[in-house]
Design a protein around this ligand. Structure first.
Ligand code: KIV
Length: 271
């Protein structure tokens, strides 16, 4: 049986073992109880309570506005639903940059109040002090390199990162730094596949790719994108497994028609 198949609960050790035997890791986002329950039942290894909740749940243009309290609320909802997956909670913008003591306090708050199993932070050398401090409290940390959406105002665009040699070599050294610091995995977002493969081979902890090609040790997608609930976002890397927005709209149209014409409720649907 596979490593993931044997695991009653996924831990950071399970992910490490999966990498060592070449078993791919699956990760999806979730932000609420009902969908998190389905994601867990579907057999996903890692559920990310992503700060993409800022876009997907709250309708913001970026991940910048979401707060620590919002992230804790979403994580609490997910934690109540999940039996098997490892739950990773994004630390929101402003909760860990610049001050490692504040980073530690905020990571502790997330762990205590949400019941999540690990936190994720965006960035390399600039935030490694915060990462080390969080790790020193026994909190597992997932890194995130490449296109780091909290830095969108620095990048100015959501296009592929690290195409140039200078940014690519910084990314490789950042990945090594995060591994040395003690991160248990690293998300690689929207970087060339060749670079992601090189990073995945250069470090012993798992890489989880999004728009980073097949050479990563695992893959992550935003749940609402892969289910076709959000349709205004169609990057090349996104595979849609359902077209739920059409199905939901059509179901709602049918309900409206049924109520308006007096077909709903019928005799069997009343007391
Ligand atoms: O917030 C998020 O959904 C993420 C993934 C895109 C990796 O960070």
């Amino acid at each position: 049986m596979s490593v993931a198949g044997k695991a009653r609960k996924i831990t950071t050790n399970t992910l490490q073992e999966m990498k060592s035997v070449g078993e791919k890791i699956t990760m999806l986002t979730a932000y609420d109880y009902s969908l998190a329950k389905l994601v867990d039942k579907g057999g996903v290894d890692v559920i990310l309570v992503g700060d993409s909740a800022s876009n997907v749940m709250a309708g913001n243009d970026t991940t910048v506005p979401i707060t620590l309290e919002h992230m804790i609320y979403h994580a609490q909802c997910v934690v109540r639903a999940v039996d098997r997956a490892l739950i990773v909670v994004d630390m929101p913008f402003g909760s860990y940059q610049g001050n490692s003591k504040a980073a530690l306090d905020n990571a502790i708050k997330i762990m205590k109040e949400s019941g999540g199993h690990a936190v994720k932070l965006e960035g390399g050398a600039e935030i490694v002090e915060s990462i080390k401090r969080i790790l020193s409290a026994g909190i597992p940390v997932m890194g995130h390199l490449g296109l780091t959406p909290q830095s969108i105002y620095k990048f100015g665009t959501y296009t592929v990162r690290a195409r140039e040699d200078e940014e690519a070599s910084k990314l490789i050294s950042d990945a090594k730094l995060l591994e040395e610091a003690g991160c248990f995995a690293i998300v690689l977002e929207k970087i060339p596949a060749e670079l992601a493969t090189k990073v995945s081979e250069a470090i012993s902890i798992p890489t989880i790719g999004i728009g980073a090609g097949a050479g990563c040790d695992g893959q992550v997608l935003v749940l609402h994108d892969m289910l076709g609930i959000t349709m205004d976002f169609s990057p090349r890397f996104l595979r849609r497994y359902l077209n739920l927005s059409e199905q939901i709209e059509s179901a709602i149209n049918s309900y409206v028609d049924d109520v308006r014409c007096g077909d709903f409720p019928n005799d069997d649907e009343q007391y």
